[in-house]
Design a protein around this ligand. Structure first.
Ligand code: 3SL
Ligand code: MG
Length: 263
């Protein structure tokens, strides 16, 4: 099973995955993929990932109920409603909204994913949805013999330790024949350990320094969400991320496309 899963990084990883992978899991634990999962979990209709601040402003003019969101140097972009702190994406703020999101690294990787052939599935993973992501991956491997790439968004073309930890954990979880349920006590211990690791990574330390300790703590939680956000692109032009949690039909037939992502 492990031989079906490759850990890759950055835009180069996306290009490599285009050659041999059926599903691509983009992860940016600190913080964009955790933010995307939280937004979808809390009822956002879509996330529109964009490369630049200007593109975000332009796309926001074309979608109903938009919220401009994103960061540069970790901080909310002036004039935008939300930054990239998952804790800001409460149900009250995001339910029924279209989030137009630009971040330093993750949305660059997603921009690269626009060029992927349309038969590639692209989903968004983090520690928060690791259990659901591992289960989906395991089913795809067992029933479709799919190849899966985990793409670490990293930072400025380099790997980030937080993404690496999540990627390795995902590979281990995918490899388990019977998914294990953690007791609440054990889950607390695991989350504490993950927080202690994430808060000592380069990016974790930086986020804590600029006031986002609670974000690092939040993003360190394992498998608290079953949401599978799926990225889809319109022939390389625009792209959106929607909730595909209940729309994967895996079996002898091929995987059906997400009902929501084509809405
Ligand atoms: O680089 C990114 O995409 C962001 O997630 C970085 S930050 O955590 O918001 O600083
Ligand atoms: Mg990151």
């Amino acid at each position: 099973m492990r031989q079906n899963v490759a850990i890759r990084s950055g835009l180069r990883g996306v290009r490599e995955a285009a050659k041999d992978s059926d599903m691509i899991i983009v992860i940016d634990v600190l913080r964009a993929s955790s933010t995307i999962i939280t937004a979808i979990e809390n009822g956002a209709l879509s996330i529109f990932p964009t490369l630049t601040v200007n593109q975000a402003r332009e796309i926001a003019k074309t979608v109903p109920d938009p919220i401009l969101a994103g960061e540069r140097k970790g901080l909310r972009i002036p004039g935008f409603t939300l930054g990239n702190s998952p804790l800001e994406y409460t149900p009250r703020t995001v339910r029924g909204k279209n989030i137009v999101l630009t971040t330093t690294n993750c949305t660059k990787i997603l921009e690269g994913c626009k060029q992927l052939p349309s038969d590639k599935k692209v989903v968004i993973g983090a520690l928060l949805n690791a259990g659901a992501m591992a289960e989906l991956s395991r089913k795809l491997i067992e029933q479709e013999n799919s190849n899966i790439s985990i793409i670490q968004a990293g930072a400025r073309g380099k790997q980030s330790q937080d993404d690496r930890i999540c990627a390795e954990l995902l590979v281990t979880m995918i490899g388990r024949k019977t998914p294990q349920q953690l007791t609440p006590e054990l889950r607390n211990v695991v989350n504490l350990l993950l927080y202690s690791i994430l808060s000592s990574t380069k990016h974790g330390k930086r986020l804590i320094r600029i006031g986002f300790k609670n974000d690092v703590r939040y993003c360190s939680q394992l498998s608290i969400s079953n949401v599978i956000p799926e990225f889809s692109s319109n022939g390389g032009k625009s792209a959106r991320i929607t909730n595909s949690t209940n729309s994967w039909s895996i079996g002898n037939s091929s995987i059906k496309r997400s009902r929501l992502s084509s809405a």
